[in-house]
Ligand binder design. Structure first.
Ligand code: NAP
Length: 491
């Protein structure tokens, strides 16, 4: 059978009763628990031993000192005394730090049949020779080594997976904290980690932890095995991305052994090394890597070549990275569905001259439309217009839009937080016959769309584009159509 990792719910309430209630909220999702006894109020300390009899799952007892990221500020003698008392209850595991030294207590722990997790924490980075350090942690064959380290870069995450490879098989717990380390929590099984820690988003016991419901429902955590194929999205930042929700839903519905994970990437070269280590089969690309990722591709489609940006990369059967741009078609499909009649020889205005605008212009040009590009920085609009035989204007010349108004597309960041109060066409007078399309997807009704709608225009927002470009990626990743697209709710 393929290996899986356990989902460990971290209990960080200040009372035993509070922890039981917290556990009940997530009991369906977790396999094991960790009581962070250092989060308890002092008056709760004498009751710790009562917890295991009230929860029918294995529990790790952890009493963390500030030096290891914990809250227990009293002396070591009291900590040991409290742990000894706590072990009157049937805890299966106890987490003791690398530098813990009390032979009497450890003998007592072993006599009770409690397994020791021997841990070290580094909240600043990844120590050199991590694999060696982990190998040296256990004091006997029964102890389980645990390393919780901070990933500050993509290279750090790469070192973690390389260390896991070097270690080979054997029980252990390994994770990297922080948003660069996030994939280590979802892909715990690929690190050979027996569990991943999870807590409520409000009460994270360590940076980067995800709540159990999201791990189970968005990331299909229970179905990730050592054999699961890895996909993902690269960007910086990337944790806000809705793509994991879209793709993992598709994988789950079609029962595909695949997982899609966000990778925060500060260095593409390091990511491509990581992709080989993890055998990543394909990934989406978002800001700021859409242009630079092209350097690493073996081949790419016409959209990537012409737009100069790639949002989808797939590993071909010949092990070559192939780039696609699904933004352009993702933009076009909803427009074609909604627009009555042909787009050929119709006239469009595209507001903006950035990456999004280029994909939009490419799609509209392919349909044979006449285009006016309007941008705050007119020189950028001029350059794009020159390249693709279009017209250009500055944002102070919006009266020119009248002649290019079958479709008006808004592609700037205006309308989206923090620019949600901005509308590039505030001074424009709509006739009511224009079709207004904003590629911003949050909020669903930007000021630009609101104004057009009030004037009687038909409107489209960026959510349909976001979904369509993702469905095209899904097809590129799996060879299959995205299942039940109408059932997908993102917001
Ligand atoms: P980008 O390459 O950085 O371009 C930004 C554009 O916005 C430029 O034309 C810029 O004008 C303009 N702009 C920014 N701030 C402005 C301001 N305060 N006043 C006037 N113009 C301003 O960004 P992008 O990749 O094209 O993305 C733009 C938007 O499209 C984002 O909201 C993004 O979320 C959205 N988008 C949506 C989808 C989807 O699937 N729905 C896909 C891609 C992008 P200057 O040239 O004068 O700086």
């Amino acid at each position: 059978m393929n290996k899986v990792s356990m989902l460990c719910l971290v209990l960080t309430e200040s009372s035993i009763d509070g922890n039981i209630k917290f556990y009940q909220k997530y009991s369906d999702y977790c396999d094991i628990l960790e009581l962070r006894a250092d989060f308890l109020a002092p008056e709760e300390w004498p009751k710790i031993h009562s917890l295991p009899s009230q929860i029918r799952k294995p529990i790790i007892l952890t009493f963390r000192k500030p030096a290891d990221g914990g809250h227990f500020k009293e002396g070591e003698a009291l900590r040991i005394q409290l742990m000894r008392k706590a072990l009157e209850g049937a805890f299966q595991y106890i987490d003791l730090e690398e530098d813990f030294s009390d032979n009497d207590f450890e003998a007592h722990v072993r006599k009770k049949g409690v397994t020791i997790i021997r841990s070290f924490h580094d909240f600043t980075g990844i120590p050199h020779e991590l694999a060696q350090r982990i190998r040296k942690l256990p004091r006997n064959a029964k102890e389980i080594p645990k390393a919780a380290v901070m990933a500050n870069t993509t290279e750090d995450l790469l070192s973690l997976f390389e260390a896991a490879e070097e270690l080979g098989s054997g029980d252990r717990i390994i994770l990297a904290m922080g948003s660069f380390g996030f994939p280590s929590r979802v892909l715990a099984v690929k690190l050979g980690s027996m569990l991943t820690y999870s807590s409520d988003s409000k009460q994270q016991a360590a940076p980067g932890q995800l709540d159990p419901e999201s791990l189970a429902k968005i990331y299909n955590f229970k179905s990730i095995t050592s054999e699961t194929e890895i996909y993902g999205i690269i960007g910086n930042p990337v944790m806000h991305s809705l793509s994991p929700k879209i793709h993992n839903r598709g994988f789950r519905m079609l029962n595909l052994p695949k997982i899609y994970v966000p990778f925060q990437v500060d260095n593409l070269e390091h990511f491509f090394k990581l992709a080989r280590v993890l055998n990543i089969r394909g990934f989406s690309v978002t800001i700021p890597h859409k242009e630079n990722v092209r350097k690493y591709l073996h081949q790419s489609d016409e959209g990537v070549e012409k737009i100069g940006a790639c949002n989808t990369v797939v590993l071909s059967p010949a092990n070559q990275w192939t780039g696609y741009n699904t933004d352009a078609m993702g933009f076009l499909l909803p427009l074609k569905k909604q627009f009555q009649g042909t787009l050929k020889n119709r006239r469009a205005t595209v507001i903006g001259a950035g990456g999004g605008a280029k994909a939009v212009c490419f799609a509209l040009k392919k349909e044979g439309m006449e285009i006016l590009v309007v941008n705050r920085t007119k020189a950028r609009a001029d350059e794009l217009a020159r390249e693709w035989q279009m017209q250009s204007a500055g944002l102070d010349e919006i009266e020119r839009i009248k002649d290019y108004s079958d479709v008006i597309v808004q592609t700037t960041s205006m309308g989206m937080a923090p620019l949600e109060k901005m509308n590039p066409l505030e001074a424009y007078h709509y006739s009511g016959h224009e079709m207004a399309y904003d590629i911003v997807y949050k909020p669903p009704l930007t000021l630009f769309l609101e104004q057009a709608q009030k004037a009687g225009c038909s409107i489209l927002n960026g959510e349909s584009m976001l979904k369509e470009q993702a469905y095209l990626q899904f097809k590129a990743f799996t060879g299959q159509e995205y299942p039940d697209p109408l059932g997908l709710t993102l917001f």
